[in-house]
Write a protein that binds this ligand. Structure first.
Ligand code: BGC
Length: 738
């Protein structure tokens, strides 16, 4: 029998939750108010509707607990006045909005924020979003999205941190801290909503809303950690997901919402459904009708219904019929009122109507958005060091459908960002170069090739060509899934035609997901990938192309050679026949070959084994050398901390930042373990020629996982550890845990 080290599930990121005064005081006020409420008023609190003025009568009668999708402070104050001054108990309305990567000042899409590997700038981005949104009266955002996503066909990969559970934890916690600030009750604090609980990113085939089949162990090892970490960090609310996991829609899953979330994790925040996800349990064939769906959702542990109206219509009858108890309703209402007290809404329900315009696009907000966009861009290729553009490059052709697309560079879920404030790459580059602009194609899906010849003609008279391709904002995000991941329309033809001119070709991809761009890379000298970079994207890209800034972003998802490889992720479980580099590909197979004559390892006959680019990958204008990587012992006990030291030298010509990554592998487990797991990362800044001696500290307890007996343990045995610039390089250093 192996000895295992059972670990108490200590908060991975217990960062001292933000407080809101005395919690006894909040509880007392909640109970006092609850005792005065009629059943109708309680049901009203559990009801969230989309809109403002049109619900005035319902609000006056106490029939609405929260509204979404209203951002005009005048309208917000008006409906708030009705709730506070004209409803019987004066309970304020909670105003919510999808503020996903900025409110007015739009930051890169969350996948781009994750590419920075910089939680500090991500936290700052969330703070900026909170300052701008709360100035309009929005005190609750439906962010961060914590869905681990390993299939780029799924449109919502844009909204999360990509494929890695640890990166997801770090970025999720940073966002929660940024939104909620130091004190929940501060008027600039906006409640976070961690979503979508759970497994939504594992939708079968990358088709949105689709079923998922995730074991409890995989939930706990991969899909839960970011939710748990954000709960520990004080996230105030959580949203259920549309999908079912193993046959149970999340919105009706009592094990998830009560046993795990409330009992195991001690969550005392508020649970909201996704948009009509309670009602959709009828379409799932899980509930007989809307009434049954309300019953199932409340029994499972949902507090607030977003837009199914089932709670409003049926709770009373469900209580009369004994299908729900008053205690169940009271518990839900307590969670809602607690949130409103914590946010200080009872004491401070209104917003200063002039503030919103004053704070929008403040210079420091734009500066942070630009820094985030700079850090998020990933240099994928730089043949002949064509980037940064040299001083003798004066006249450039700017071409491609994303060069001047202010709406599309904002990305998905950017409802409140305004095109007029967006700086496009074309506008920014015009300040630097003698620019010839010939779009070639007018939008990313444009397959009319007639404009390409004009771009090719224009290329002949310039020193370099910068071609902006990618995806319109509408091609990613919710319900925008794709089965093919190549550049849309005639964009690849545009790049190929430009290639034939013999000019240096710099391709900048502005997109909402990892695309399959192998052919386009072959036709380009340099490739810079920018997940839709937001308001300041143009200036950020201009800084990177000219060398005023040096790329430092790294891939938060594996880049595939072909969509047929999806799902593909670096930290997959070890297979019994891993590919050993000997692939017999389609055209190498002799005629009438016997069944067992091939490699008999895990790979595709057409696209081979490996992806185009691994997780964590990203180049710089400089080069980095890792040396003297060492750990302090060869054998550790469970309470030890592994000290990892390394030297990093900037061996090139530019001051730059490297994202150093630490991976481990648990060689033998009671269940099959991932080939590698990211455990730490750090952005290390180095001047040209400079060396730094750096260290990571990794508690052995961070090697724990949910094992065969569904216990969270560190299993003793042999481990490997890597310190490298991506998930595919470096040499293993082995150690033991005893
Ligand atoms: C999405 C959620 C979003 C909600 C409210 C739903 O369609 O799945 O992520 O927060 O709408 O807009």
């Amino acid at each position: 029998m192996r000895i295992k080290y059972l670990l108490p599930l200590v908060a991975m990121f217990a960062i001292g939750c933000t407080t809101s005064g005395n919690s006894d005081d909040v509880d007392r006020r909640v109970e006092e108010l609850l005792s005065q409420m009629t059943l109708q008023e309680k049901i009203g609190q559990m009801n969230q509707v989309s809109g403002g003025y049109q619900f005035s009568d319902m609000i006056r009668e106490g029939g609405v607990g929260s509204i979404l999708n209203v951002v005009d402070p005048v309208e917000i104050n008006a409906v708030q006045r009705i709730a506070v001054e004209e409803s019987r108990l004066g309970i304020p309305i909670l105003v919510s909005r999808d503020v996903i990567h900025g409110f007015r000042t739009i930051f890169p899409i969350p996948l781009g924020m994750a590419s920075t590997f910089d939680p500090a700038i991500v936290e700052q981005g969330a703070r900026v979003a909170a300052i701008e949104a709360t100035a309009s009266g929005v005190r609750w955002t439906f962010s961060p999205m914590l869905d681990v996503a390993r299939d780029p066909r799924w449109g919502r990969v844009a909204e999360g941190s990509g494929e890695d559970p640890y990166l997801d934890v770090v970025m999720g916690v940073a966002m929660v801290k940024g939104y909620q600030g130091e004190d929940y009750a501060d008027p600039t604090s906006m409640a976070a909503c961690v979503k979508h609980f759970v497994g939504y990113g594992a939708a079968e085939g990358g088709r949105d809303y689709n079923t998922t089949m995730i074991s409890e162990r995989a939930l706990r090892n991969t899909y839960f950690p970011a939710f748990k970490a954000c709960v520990d960090a004080g996230a105030l609310t959580l949203m259920t997901s549309f999908n079912d996991v193993d046959g149970l829609p999340s919105t009706g899953n009592e094990w998830l919402l009560s046993d795990v979330l409330r009992e195991e994790w001690g969550f005392d925040g508020m649970v909201v459904t996704d948009w009509n996800s309670a009602g959709e349990m009828v379409s799932h064939g899980f509930a007989e009708d809307l009434k049954h769906s309300a019953e199932l959702a409340i029994k499972a542990g949902v507090d607030m219904d977003m837009m199914s109206f089932g709670f409003l219509q049926h709770i009373e009858a469900l209580i009369d019929e004994g299908r729900l108890s008053m205690n169940q309703i009271d518990d839900a209402v307590r969670n809602i009122l607690r949130l409103k007290f914590r946010l200080g809404l009872f004491d401070n329900p209104y917003v200063d109507e002039s503030l919103a315009r004053e704070v929008a696009y403040a210079p420091e907000h734009l500066a942070a958005a630009k820094q985030c966009a700079v850090e998020s861009a990933i240099l994928l290729q730089n043949r002949g060091e064509v980037l940064p553009l040299r001083d003798d490059v004066r006249k450039i052709l700017v071409t491609g459908p994303m060069a001047d697309a202010p709406f599309d560079q904002l990305g998905t879920w950017a409802f409140d960002g305004e095109e007029a404030y967006t700086v496009t790459p074309l506008a920014a580059l015009r300040k630097e170069f003698d620019v010839v602009y010939e779009p070639g194609l007018f939008f990313s899906r444009d397959s009319d090739t007639r404009g390409i010849s004009a771009a090719v003609r224009a290329a002949k008279g310039v020193d370099a060509v910068v071609v902006f391709v990618g995806e319109e904002a509408i091609l990613s995000g919710e319900a925008h899934c794709l089965s093919q991941l190549n550049l849309q329309g005639a964009q690849s033809e545009l790049i190929a035609a430009l290639r034939a001119t013999g000019k240096p070709i710099v391709t900048v991809v502005i997109a909402g997901r990892p695309l399959t761009i192998e052919r386009d890379m072959a036709n380009s000298d340099a490739v810079l990938y920018s997940f839709q970079p937001g308001t300041m994207g143009g200036e950020a890209i201009a800084d990177l192309l000219t060398g005023r800034a040096v790329p430092s972003g790294k891939l938060p998802m594996t880049f595939l050679r072909d969509a047929g490889q999806a799902p593909f992720y670096y930290n997959h479980p070890m297979t019994g026949r891993p590919n050993n580099g000997t692939e017999t590909l389609l055209n190498d197979i002799p005629l009438k070959a016997g069944q067992t004559s091939l490699g008999c390892t895990s790979y595709y006959l057409d696209s081979g084994y490996g992806p185009l680019l691994p997780f964590g990958y990203g180049l710089s204008y400089t080069t980095f050398e890792y040396s003297d990587i060492a750990i302090d012992k060869s054998c550790y006990s469970p309470n030890d901390t592994i000290v990892v030291e390394y030297n990093l030298t900037n061996t090139g010509k530019y001051d730059a930042t490297e994202v150093v990554q630490l991976y481990v592998r648990d060689y033998v487990g009671s269940v099959v373990r991932p080939v590698k797991e990211l455990k730490r990362f750090e952005r290390v800044e180095l001047k040209a020629g400079e060396s730094k001696h750096c260290r990571f500290e990794l508690p052995v307890s961070d090697l724990a996982f949910w094992n065969r007996d569904m216990e969270y343990v560190v299993e003793p045995g042999k481990f490997g550890l890597w310190v490298a610039g991506d998930s595919a390089t470096g040499e293993a250093i082995d150690f033991e845990v005893r």
